[in-house]
Each structure stands twice: as C-alpha cells, then as structure tokens.
Design a protein around this ligand. Structure first.
Ligand code: CMC
Length: 424
C-alpha cells in the first residue's frame, strides 16, 4: 500500500504552499488549512460544510459508506445489546462505560436532580394551547440558568457529573410536564424506584384515575431508541451546540440552541413529518405518485425519513429500528397500517433509479415514529423524544470543546454584495 504523504501541495498562481495532512484513528485524512489565509490571503469556501471537518473529536465514529456507527469505539449494535441509555449517556460524556459503582452514583445523581423547581411549573401554564412541545422545551431549558445560576464554565466543569445528571434528568421531567399540561392532566412527579426510561413513561402516562404500569418491553424499546439517537458526531444540532458554546455561553443556553436546531423538519423534526407523510400516502393509496413528487425538482415534497448527509448506504440505526419495530408490534399485538405503507414506500424507493443513483436509504427517522405510536407517544412529542436522547451527545461535545480551549467559532465569507456605494 502506498504511504500517504505528510502534506498536500497547493499552487495558487506562482506560489506553492505545503498544507499538512492530519490522520484520524480509522485511517481518514484531512488537509489542515489553518495557515492558508496567513500564507496566501485566501480562505476556503464550503457552504453547508459539505467537506469540512470542524474539529478533532474522540466521541463518535461514523463510516457512512459502510453503515458503521460507534460511540467511543464501541459498535452501536453492542450498545443496543447493553440496553441501558444511562450507561451509554455516561459513556458518551465520560469516555468509558461506568463501573457498577459509577453506575449507582450516576443513577443516584439522576434521581436527586429529577425534580423541577416548583416555581418553574407555573411557566408551563402560560404557553398557549397547542404550542409545540419543542418550542416549550427549548424556552424552559434556557430558563434553567435563572433557577440554577451556577452555570459558569468553571463550576460546571468542576462537577461535570452533577451538571450532566441535572440536565439529563430535569429535561426529561420538563418534557413530561409539558405533555401533561398540554392534555390538561395533573403533573406526575418522578419516582426514585424507577429507572430513567421507565420513570419518563410513568410521568407521561400515569394518572390518578388510570394507574400506569411500566411494561418491560416498552421500557426496553425506549432504551434502544434513546441509545440509537444519543450521538451522531457533527450533525446540525451538535454543530449549533459547539458554535454557541464556543462563545462561552452558559450550558443551558447552549443546549437550548441545539434543541432549536433539532426541531427543524430536515433534522429531528423529520420523525413527526414521516408519520404525516405516511398518513397522506395511505389516504391517497398511490405510492408511485408520491415517489414521482419526491423526484420532481419543482415540487418541494421530499420522502421524509430518507437520505442522509453522511450515510450513503442503509443507516445502521434504521436497520435496527426496523427490526425492533416489527418485533414490538407483534409482541404488543398491534396492527398499524402505517407500517405496511412504510414497507411499501421503502421497497418502491429502493428499486427506483432516482433513489439508487443518489444512495438514498431510510434513515433513523423512518420507522421511529411507528414505534412511538405503538407505545402511546403523541406525534408532537416525537421530536422531544429525539431531543431527550441527544442530550448526552450534546453535553459530551460541549465538554470536549471546552476541554480543548476551543477558540470562538467564527467562519469567514466571500462577500458578493454591492461594491462601495456612497450616499454622500
Ligand atoms: N427525497 C427526495 N430526494 C432527496 C431526498 C429525499 N428525502 N434526500 C435527498 N434527495 C436528493 C436531493 O434532491 C439531491 O438531488 P440532486 O442531486 O438531483 O439535486 C440529492 O438527493 C442529494 O440531497 P441533498 O439534499 O443535497 O443532501 P443533503 O446531504 O444536503 O441532505 C438530508 C440530507 C437528510 C437533509 C436530505 O436527505 C433530506 O432532506 N431528507 C429528508 C429529511 C429527513 O429525513 N431528515 C432526517 C435526517 S436523519 C436524522 C438527523 O440526523 O437529523
């Protein structure tokens, strides 16, 4: 095998400069252009970061051509078998799976941090009826800084376990409170005898007149979905977290920025859009018509839950979720006609030239919503579920960024506006 050179040579006019090559653990190379402007006066142009690595990271590895995803080196398939979202959260934030003692301590921290400040509960009363829970949640996370003011970098990083636990635990409580308020039911408090996912399900579905019993198969699937969504390297919301956090904004405001980015239909909001789309296709009954629309450049319609910036093969998360979805529906003896529509759409798209040529496969969002429907999660909570799951990833990236003393993120631009146009 040819040895990779140590630098790339760039020729601009008569000038030739050497740009160092840097190598990742898995053999991927990047050209380090940090000195480019100083040496040539030029910047690089890469809208939407199609080809730009914005940082070094040790958290998550994706091989988009071969459908590989690992957190801290551990294959996602193994982490799914482990079956514990809180252990995976610990792994992402701390770099290693917890020992039994660390696991007990982390669970304890999650329990003692799970109560919402009582005064914060009143905030929920003043959002208009029908407000999207993602909007409520990002606002409430921002408000946390007012109630828990020790959010300067030093206090947070000195006790990262408590800061992490508080966010992961309290955001879950806020999500359940937002739901209860939206349906006009009394708020259910967290219980310290339940584990993270079971506790969330109980806060969502228990009521004084309809006691909820957490079913192990539902708790298991929620752990799996949360594990699969927990991190995905430099995606849009994580990039928002790193960008906002680089200005040394407090952790809550930083996470709230990630939450806002996630709410978009091209990102975390896609899981809700998939269900809307499947329902539309079911009502119409003509899959081909929707495939045609997705291919028509003059039609804004896209096949939601399909395609990915990084995966050019089947998303490994979608692969697991699809199998789990079939299995869960069978166990719960649920027949969901939208699963039939989804299978039909997938089959048609994977045999269509347009989708084949562009390597468009189902992504993590394609089957997720069908599982959420089966376990009783309302559609406007789907993206909130994604956000709860992504929290440890955002925190891990924030921690990694502050640990590297990252400079403030501040891209350049190529100005193509008017030349100097004096008005006097
Ligand atoms: N339906 C129809 N055509 C598509 C789709 C789709 N879902 N996705 C991509 N394409 C086409 C696109 O029109 C373009 O065609 P052409 O080369 O002829 O112009 C080509 O495929 C490349 O697409 P792109 O938009 O340039 O790719 P991107 O990397 O900028 O966007 C994406 C990635 C996920 C935003 C996009 O595939 C998409 O909009 N998918 C639907 C929304 C969705 O499911 N989002 C969830 C993503 S996974 C969860 C997450 O990470 O948040």
């Amino acid at each position: 095998m040819n040895k990779m050179p140590e630098f790339a040579i760039l020729k601009v006019g008569d000038k030739e400069i050497q740009l160092p090559l840097v190598r990742g653990t898995e053999g991927d190379y990047a050209i380090d252009i940090a000195r480019l402007r100083a040496e040539t006066g030029m910047v690089t142009l890469d809208p939407s970061f199609m080809n730009t690595a914005s940082c070094y990271s040790t958290i998550t590895y994706i091989d988009g051509d071969n459908g590989i995803l690992r957190y801290r080196g551990i294959p996602i398939e193994d982490l799914v078998k482990l079956g514990s979202f809180t252990k995976v959260a610990y792994l992402l934030v701390n770099g290693k799976l917890p020992t039994p003692e660390q696991s007990r301590n982390f669970s304890h921290l999650l329990n003692i941090s799970s109560l919402l400040h009582e005064d914060m509960r009143h905030f929920f009363d003043h959002f208009p009826q029908g407000a999207h829970p993602m909007h409520i949640l990002s606002t409430m996370i921002n408000a946390l800084a007012a109630f828990y003011p020790n959010v300067d970098l030093q206090s947070l990083s000195e006790d990262i376990d408590s800061s992490t636990a508080r966010l992961i635990s309290i955001v879950r409580t806020m999500a359940a409170v937002a739901y209860k308020k939206s349906i006009g039911e009394p708020v259910v408090y967290p219980r310290c005898d339940l584990k993270y996912c079971g506790n969330f399900l109980n806060m969502m579905f228990d009521s004084p007149v309809r006691p909820y019993v957490v079913r192990p198969e539902i708790e298991r699937i929620l752990n799996i979905l949360f594990i699969l969504h927990a991190d995905h390297e430099q995606n849009c919301s994580t990039t928002a977290v790193r960008t906002v956090g680089s200005a040394q904004v407090n952790l809550y405001a930083t996470i709230s920025a990630g939450m806002s980015a996630l709410s978009g239909p091209l990102h975390g909001g896609a899981n809700q859009e998939v269900i809307k789309m499947l329902r539309l296709i079911e009502q119409d009954g003509n899959v081909d018509k929707f495939l045609k629309r997705a291919k028509d450049k003059n039609d804004p319609f896209r096949l939601m839950g399909f395609g990915h910036r990084v995966y050019k093969t089947y998303d490994p998360r979608a692969d697991i979720i699809k199998k789990e979805c079939h299995q869960l529906l069978e166990t719960l003896e649920i027949r969901d006609s939208l699963l039939d529509v989804a299978s039909e759409v997938e089959k048609a798209a994977l045999n269509d030239e347009y989708f084949i040529e562009r390597n468009l496969y189902p992504n993590v969002d394609f089957y997720t919503g069908i599982i959420y429907r089966a376990i009783g999660i309302p559609e406007d909570m789907f993206t909130v579920m994604f956000a709860l799951a992504r929290l440890p990833g955002w925190i891990a990236h924030w921690k990694e960024m502050i640990g590297h003393n990252t400079r403030i993120v501040r891209p350049r631009q190529v100005y193509i506006g008017k030349p100097r146009t004096p008005i006097f």
